[in-house]
Design a protein around this ligand. Structure first.
Ligand SMILES: [Zn+2]
Ligand SMILES: [Zn+2]
Length: 165
């Protein structure tokens, strides 16, 4: 969704309400394909005061992420607020994003904000046990015998000593 600002910014101040629901299939981030399992819903407003255009939105959707420990897919509901400032003038303020034309691409802003809101550590649950490094068993579901066979070689020697006596 692209908002034409040219008409709006003719006024000294303006406020435009936004309510938007749209479907998005997937996004690519960090070489990973992330599916949307719910439409993106966003609402809020675009306010212009002087040269500054403020976008204040609340957004919610649900994504499907892959757990970085056990590689299982899990649903990740996402709800957060977006607060960004734009200007069509060259304002000396690092917090203000310069718009080259009088167009504000809400869809792009939403997608970038979703990427920023992704967790750094993608875990299906806080205490995910992950996969066994030897046999690949998902340790959340099954246990495997690898751990019990995996005796520290120093301990093994000690065990031999005891057996000798
Ligand atoms: Zn996991
Ligand atoms: Zn194992």
């Amino acid at each position: 969704m692209i908002i034409e600002l040219s008409e709006l910014i003719k006024h000294k101040s303006f406020k435009k309400d936004i309510q938007l629901t749209y479907e998005e299939d997937k996004l690519y981030y960090d070489g990973e394909e992330i599916l949307f399992i719910k439409p993106i819903y966003t609402e809020g407003s675009i306010t212009g005061i002087g040269d500054i255009i403020s976008v204040d939105l609340i957004l919610n959707t649900e994504l499907q992420l892959t757990c970085s420990r056990c590689l299982e897919k899990f649903n990740y509901p996402l709800e957060f607020e977006i607060h960004e400032k734009f200007s069509t003038e060259n304002v000396e303020d690092d917090n203000v994003i310069f718009l080259e034309n009088d167009k504000l691409d809400i869809t792009e802003l939403v997608e970038n904000s979703i990427i920023m809101a992704l967790p750094i550590k993608k875990l299906c649950k806080e205490d995910c046990k992950g996969l066994c490094q030897k046999c690949g068993t998902n340790l959340n579901i099954h246990t495997c015998d690898c751990e019990s066979q995996d005796i520290d070689p120093r301990l093994a020697k000690l065990k031999d000593l005891f057996l000798d006596n």
